[in-house]
Design a protein around this ligand. Structure first.
Ligand code: CFM
Length: 537
């Protein structure tokens, strides 16, 4: 069931005119006859609107830095910022020596009122010293939360002095929560410093094995990366580093030695991908390891890039065996799922990535979108030159990298590169919009009011989103599939992950719980209000 413009206007019509004007630019009804539908994204949420977005600190420390298991990540700020980020993003990690893995810890300067009044620099320096004394880590990160920027603590200076004292890298990130309009700003801040100070910070010049790759934008949520790596290693790839799921400081330093960079989550890490290409000449390939067909296609594209006959043959062998292994189980679950309709609204990449997996189970995505992605994640990288920078995006320093005079190396001849670009997404991402069906809805920064209204009108069978909105959805009698942290489940990536996802979604449909809930539209009030913009009479 497609949505009409008038139904959309019915939803937006309840809002004050200024808000209506703003929100209408963030929502589109897919019209296949218009190839370049625009959507506004990465702009401020209107104050007062209940958004699902996070903050810059969440994107920097929580998303990009947090999964680096052998570094200690100190949060400089009040304890709440640490506590609520402690273990909630299920980025798993293993180390041979368990004492080299700090993922289960929570390090905070626990700023108090007196630190806000008199400054927190001394406390931060003492925290770094204490951390070194107790744990003796290879490297440390310091992430600033809102008050740090407001009171003007110079964390860069504190980090520099600590580096001199301890002889290890101490990286400071000015990722105060308010630095951008969402966590997206924090991704960019983290990307810049990792690129500037860690990646390539090693004397190694060559990977020890052929087919050396980095996996960018894969965070090992619920073990996703392990399932992807299992297959890649069997095919014959040498994984230099994963950024940053189950990732390590040591591996990151070697990332310049790879021959290809895979990009899973474009939103959070396209900056590093681009900078690696500029500095070392290593192209990146957009992959999607969510969904059976996308996984197979990504593997085939990788083999095409290397163009090695043995690798191509092995890729086909592995795909064939994996498909034979999972297809009977997928077919069983498909019987439960077939014909259902989903909303797929996640942070920055999964709103797109999960649609193929839903389709493989017979589930159609009727509404999708991102909390904080940019226009290129919707419309494709072709819009990059058209994106205007506003004062919020100017807030984040741009890192200008240049070609490394010694290490830059052309990986493909211009003719082969051009020929490949016509066939595979080499250094390109075409975005979410192109894959949406006619009449489906694309919403940027979906808020709670719109969530309820879209559910009431379109009545999806399942709502794939996150922890912030799942209870609202469930109370409306609709199963919610949490695809940020997967609640207690996963992995969902790769071939075996697809079976886990099919099982969990089928369980959600088959649960008798929903029979006990009366959706609110069965008992709606008869009186409806309208906003009186002239004020009360
Ligand atoms: Fe990338 Fe992510 Fe996502 Fe993201 Fe996130 Fe996440 Fe996400 Mo939650 S890095 S943009 S900032 S794929 S934590 S692992 S699920 S919002 S869609």
């Amino acid at each position: 069931m497609a949505m009409t413009e008038s139904e959309l206007n019915e939803i937006l019509g309840k809002l004050p005119s200024k808000v209506q004007k703003n929100r209408s630019k963030h929502i589109l009804v897919k019209d296949c006859s218009q190839p370049d539908q625009e959507i506004e994204a990465n702009t401020r949420t209107i104050p007062g609107i209940i958004t699902n977005r996070g903050c810059a600190y969440a994107g920097c420390k929580g998303v990009v830095l947090g999964p680096l298991k052998d570094m200690i990540h100190i949060v400089h700020g009040p304890i709440g910022c640490s506590y609520y980020a402690w273990g909630t993003r299920r980025n798993k990690g293993k180390t041979e020596d368990p004492s080299d893995n700090y993922l289960n810890y929570c390090f905070s300067t626990d700023m108090q009122e007196k630190d806000i009044v008199f400054g927190g620099e001394k406390k931060l320096a003492a925290t770094i010293d204490e951390v070194v004394k107790i744990f003796n880590p290879k490297a440390i990160t310091v992430s600033a939360t809102c008050p740090v920027g407001l009171i003007g603590d110079d964390i860069q200076q504190v980090a520099k002095a600590a580096e001199a004292r301890h002889g290890i890298q101490v990286l400071a990130f000015n990722c105060e929560g308010y630095k951008g309009v969402s966590q997206s700003a924090g991704h960019h801040i983290a990307n810049n410093i990792l690129m500037d100070k860690v990646i390539g910070n090693s004397t190694e010049e060559k990977a020890p094995k052929p087919f050396a790759i980095n996996i960018l934008g894969e965070y090992n949520i619920g073990g996703d990366s392990w399932e992807i790596e299992r297959v890649l290693k069997e095919i014959g790839y040498h994984i230099v580093s994963v950024m940053t799921g189950d990732g390590s400081y040591e591996e990151l330093r070697l990332a310049h030695t790879s021959e290809l960079n895979l990009v899973q989550c474009h939103r959070s890490i396209n900056y590093i991908a681009e900078m690696l290409e500029t500095k070392y000449g290593t192209p990146w390939l957009k992959v999607n390891f969510i969904g059976i067909n996308s996984t197979a296609e990504s593997l085939r594209n990788m083999a095409q890039y290397f163009g090695d006959e043995t690798l191509i043959r092995k890729t086909e062998e592995v795909i064939l065996r994996e498909l034979a292994n999972i297809q009977p189980r997928i077919d069983q679950y498909r019987k439960i799922c077939d014909g259902k309709r989903a909303f797929c609204f996640v942070g920055g990449s999964r709103g797109h990535h999960y649609q193929g997996l839903f389709a493989e189970l017979g589930i159609e995505t009727v509404l999708a979108g991102y909390e904080f992605a940019h226009r290129d994640d919707y419309e494709g990288r072709k819009v990059l030159p058209m994106i205007k920078t506003d004062s919020d995006s100017k807030n984040i320093p741009e890192l200008h990298v240049e070609r490394d005079t010694e290490r830059y190396c052309v990986k493909l001849s211009p003719e082969i590169a051009e020929e490949l670009r016509a066939r595979i997404p080499l250094s390109n991402y075409t975005g979410l919009n192109i894959d949406m069906k006619d009449g489906s809805i694309v919403v940027d920064d979906l808020n709670h009011y719109e969530t309820e209204e879209f559910i009431r009108l379109l009545k999806p069978d399942i709502f794939a989103s996150g922890i912030k909105d799942k209870y609202v959805v469930q109370k409306m009698g609709i199963p919610a599939k949490q695809i940020h942290s997967y609640d207690y489940s996963g992995p969902y990536a790769g071939f075996n992950g697809a079976v886990n996802f099919a099982r969990d979604v089928s369980m959600a449909f088959a649960s008798p719980t929903w029979n006990y809930i009366t959706p609110p539209w069965h008992k709606l009030p008869l009186l409806e209000g309208k906003i009186n913009e002239g004020g009360a009479a």
